[in-house]
Ligand binder design. Structure first.
Ligand SMILES: Nc1ncnc2c1ncn2[C@@H]1O[C@H](COP(=O)(O)OP(=O)(O)O)[C@@H](O)[C@H]1O
Ligand SMILES: [Mg+2]
Length: 272
């Protein structure tokens, strides 16, 4: 596959940030090459601070690379767009709006008439299993429910691509696992291209068709691991299978070296 046919293509992408009071900038990402096909579910894992959120922000058009290029459907990413929905770790819901109102909010800029917006919002709340909670406000919802609303809001305007930055990290293990299944179900039903960021190895193996492992900062693509575990949400306890354990170990080993290196870099930075 090359940049011409990929849904998303990173070619030589780098990003630096100026450091206050320092002569040299901080290199967050360097030489990122990664192609993602339409309809693919790609997970990006890497140690804390390696540039995962930076990568997603670039793809979301929230910031610009200072090296290389990012293509979406063959055209350079040029700011945010309705072709990409973003879900962050923090729910970012409007507290004064109901669940329905929050999903509708995503549609207000799309030109869908008011009556149509409500119907569409209801449909997406139903998709994430929250039809009965349409009238609740965020403070009346659990963390998992709030994240379902955020997912419904991102899906409601029908973006081709869903960008997710550690969306389940703040949830308890059981809620996280049920949302992972929900997300796989939604992905199969909608055919969205999903780029999902996590620092959780199990989560990466469970969700991804491919898992891109980043190095510690500056983040580069260290390895891309193809995961062949079809329909995990329908099988019984896939996480306990030998295949799952093998993938988990493979990614663990790739990450382990990077986490060790990241700690050394931290110590160096602190002058230890
Ligand atoms: N706006 C910014 N200004 C300066 N430094 C930043 C900015 N955003 C991120 N960084 C730095 O870039 C590196 C990568 O950050 P980030 O992408 O958030 O990592 P991750 O999401 O993998 O934990 C970190 O060292 C972080 O401190
Ligand atoms: Mg991050």
């Amino acid at each position: 596959m090359n940049g011409m046919t990929a849904k998303i293509s990173f070619a030589g992408v780098g990003k630096t940030f100026p450091v206050r009071g320092a002569a040299t900038a901080l290199t967050a990402l360097e030489g990122i090459d990664l192609d993602i096909s339409a309809g693919e579910f790609v997970v990006i894992v890497g140690p804390s601070g390696c540039g995962k959120s930076t990568l997603l922000d670039l793809l979301g058009g929230l910031s610009e690379p200072d090296a290389g290029r990012i293509l979406l459907d063959g055209a350079p990413v040029d700011g945010p767009g309705r072709d990409r929905g973003i879900v962050f770790q923090q729910y970012a819901l409007l507290p004064w709006r109901t669940a329905l109102g929050n999903v509708e909010f995503g549609l207000e800029a799309t030109g869908v008439p008011r009556a149509g917006r409500a119907a569409r919002a209801e449909e997406y709340l139903e998709l994430v299993g929250l039809a009965e909670f349409a009238d609740r406000h965020p403070h009346e919802l659990s963390g998992g429910m709030k994240q379902r609303v955020a997912i419904a809001r991102s899906l409601a305007y029908d973006p081709d691509v869903l960008l997710m930055d550690e969306p389940f990290a703040a949830l308890d293990a059981q809620t996280r696992e049920s949302l992972q299944d929900e997300l796989l179900r939604i992905w199969r039903r909608t055919g969205k291209t999903i780029v999902f960021i996590t620092h959780g190895i199990d989560e990466a193996v469970y969700l991804g068709q491919r898992v891109a492992v980043l190095t510690s900062r500056p983040g580069r693509v260290k390895s891309v691991v193809g995961i062949d575990l079809p329909h995990r949400e329908e099988a019984d306890d896939v996480r306990s299978s030998p295949e799952f354990a093998r993938y988990r170990h493979e990614i663990w080993a790739l990450l382990h070296d990077e986490v060790t290196r990241a700690h050394e870099l931290e110590k160096e930075a602190l002058g230890a």
